[in-house]
Design a protein around this ligand. Structure first.
Ligand code: NZQ
Ligand code: ZN
Length: 389
């Protein structure tokens, strides 16, 4: 295990009906002039928007709005939010929605006190020094953005999707009400679940030695997601399944709790972001396509971790099998599971062919080789994309 520091400041309020505490929490954290950030309509349909606006009225807050956050949120929309905040003296941001809404809200929060272009945070040209306080009400179990300081923004004009992370952009509070996820359609439930599992993979497949507790944290989240996706698909209002998926998503990526002291990988995410940046596909769907191919490409770097994964997560019987056979059975079980729940398995599903593979591979390694389980250069990324066609 490596030396580490861990701090997570986000106040989590979990439970059925807890969205009714939004007003109280905004007040507690000092919000008087609030920017309400949301997507393209799900929160209006569910009644969450009306409830939140009413609560903000009850605490005497003045409310400005940034609607229409796109899945794979765009820099242009973020800039619109920054302008609204500056013009109106906004002092608190409330994001109600999925990861895209929360990520856009974080970029607005960091952009308001910064004089330059907020994109500078995504390219590494500048480091966030300050941000407006941000609260969230999560409506989709997936990214973990509700309890981490990360944000992923798309610069559509340049076909680039880049992220930043900062201690200043952790939400001050996040309300996790699983009933708000009952309306999540089947495809988004699947993509979100694949994303949660992928966050765990990025941390679990590590070369760091002596991390048994972290490995078991990871395995327990993977097993919990596997056990709960199909019940949630069969009955979207299954309270137990939705609660377990929601908490799994938050625990999988909240500043590294499950993988403190371990080298993380993140190459598959970087590859997927390049695909989304060009083809605007859902993040979790891209991961379902890419991750099993990354696994096949790298598993021999540390076969014992893949053997452990196969046996502990998928119950592969190791009797009479070589390490290679066990590891490959675990990878196949991953692919079979993604297929069974209805996730796509190849880029062809989105009619993506070979023409832009070079460009995507090149962008993925723009800042140098990626990954730590196996260091990947442009040729490696190209090969993984080729396997994913
Ligand atoms: O826009 P609305 O109408 O709200 O509809 C959304 C959207 O169309 C819908 N939805 C959300 N909650 C719903 C619902 N529909 C019905 N009922 C509900 N309760 O779902 C669609 C997808 O929403 P989105 O927010 O895009 O999904 P997700 O949470 O998967 O977020 C994806 C984004 O997060 C980034 C991804 O790259 C992508 O841009 N990520 C952010 C991370 C982070 N901040 O830590 C880490 C991740 O690895 C990821 O990269
Ligand atoms: Zn992800």
């Amino acid at each position: 295990m490596q030396a580490f520091q861990f701090r997570n400041p986000t106040h989590i309020v979990f439970g059925e009906g807890k969205a009714s505490q939004a007003g109280e929490l905004v007040k507690q954290y000092g919000g008087k002039t609030v920017l309400l950030v949301y997507g393209s309509g799900s929160v209006k349909k569910s009644g969450l928007y009306d409830s939140v606006v009413k609560q903000l009225g009850e605490i005497g807050a003045s409310v400005h709005e940034l609607p229409g956050i796109e899945p794979n949120p765009r820099l242009t929309t973020v800039n619109r939010g920054i302008d609204i905040c500056r013009t109106n003296g906004v002092d608190f941001i409330l994001a109600i929605g999925g990861g895209s809404v929360i990520d856009a809200a974080k970029a607005v929060a960091a952009g308001v006190p910064y004089e330059g272009d907020v994109w500078d945070f995504c390219t590494g040209k500048a480091v966030i020094q300050d941000a407006l306080p941000l609260g969230t009400i999560l409506t989709l179990a997936a990214t973990g953005s509700e309890m981490n300081g990360n944000s992923v923004i798309t610069n559509w004009e340049q076909n680039l999707k880049r992220s930043f992370g900062s201690p200043h952009t952790y939400p001050v509070f996040s309300i996790l009400d699983p009933t708000l996820t009952y309306s999540v359609p089947a495809n988004q439930t699947v993509y979100g679940s694949v994303d949660i599992m992928s966050h765990v993979f990025e941390q679990y497949f590590s070369l760091t030695e002596n991390t048994p507790l972290q490995e078991r944290f990871c395995e327990s989240i993977l097993q919990t997601v596997v056990e709960n996706v199909e019940p949630a698909l069969a009955n979207p209002s299954d309270a137990a399944a939705r609660s377990n998926l929601m908490w799994s998503g938050t625990m999988a990526l909240n500043g590294g709790l499950i993988s403190v002291g371990m080298a993380n990988d993140w190459a598959s995410h970087m590859i997927e972001h390049e695909v989304s940046a060009v083809y605007d596909i859902p993040h979790g769907a891209g991961l379902a396509i890419i991750f099993p191919n990354w696994m096949k490409y790298v598993y021999q770097e540390r076969i014992d971790r893949f053997v452990q994964y196969a046996v502990r997560v998928w119950g592969v019987d190791p009797t009479g099998k070589s390490d290679d056979e066990i590891a490959l059975a675990g990878i196949q079980a991953t692919r079979d599971f993604f297929n069974r729940i209805g996730a796509p398995s190849s880029l062809a599903y989105y009619e993506i062919g070979e023409d832009k593979l070079d460009r995507m591979a090149e962008e993925a390694v723009r800042y140098g080789v990626i990954g730590s389980f196996k260091r990947l250069d442009k040729a490696d990324v190209r090969a993984i994309l080729q396997l994913s066609l």
